[in-house]
Write a protein of this length. Structure first.
Length: 154
């Protein structure tokens, strides 16, 4: 009875997906050892039921299928979805860091003013720096541009 309750109440929380899958599998295996095997579909439902709201998209995709899905296929889908979430989080962190840097450099009054030995003044502004690589060092183009409404598609 306690093992079945453990299986049904296991939540992913802060565990990695692989750890969560292994914990649910261990509970199902323990039940099988004592003569109370858990069907694959029940394992799938318990696994999906313990996921947080950030997994709603993949849970819905699995639940609306007409055919039965194997536990291995569910594992693969969940691991792939976790990978996409991690990539998306990394891109959002980079965007935030870039925005914070741009904001702090804009608060400097347009850059530094230098005086040459001939009395001429010029202003150096890091936001205009293009660097020597393709597209410049600070220019954001292509797939990971600064437009936050565009999320990467996994």
């Amino acid at each position: 009875m306690q093992l079945r309750l453990e299986l049904q109440s296991t939540k992913k929380g802060s565990m990695t997906m692989i750890d969560y899958i292994m914990k649910v599998k261990a509970a199902a295996d323990s039940l099988a050892v004592i003569g109370e095997p858990v069907s694959e579909q029940d394992q799938v439902m318990n696994l999906l039921g313990g996921l947080g709201s950030n997994y709603n998209a993949v849970v819905t995709a699995i639940n609306i299928r007409d055919d039965k899905i194997s536990i291995e296929a569910v594992h693969s889908m969940l691991l792939a979805f976790e990978h996409c979430l991690e990539q998306q989080s990394s891109i959002e962190q980079i965007s935030t860091m870039t925005a914070n840097y741009a904001s702090s450099s804009n608060n400097r009054g347009g850059g530094r003013t230098y005086t040459s030995n001939r009395g001429q003044h010029y202003t150096s502004n890091i936001s205009n720096y293009r660097g020597c690589s393709r597209g410049g060092r600070y220019r954001q183009t292509g797939r990971y541009n600064s437009n936050n409404s565009e999320k990467p598609q996994c």
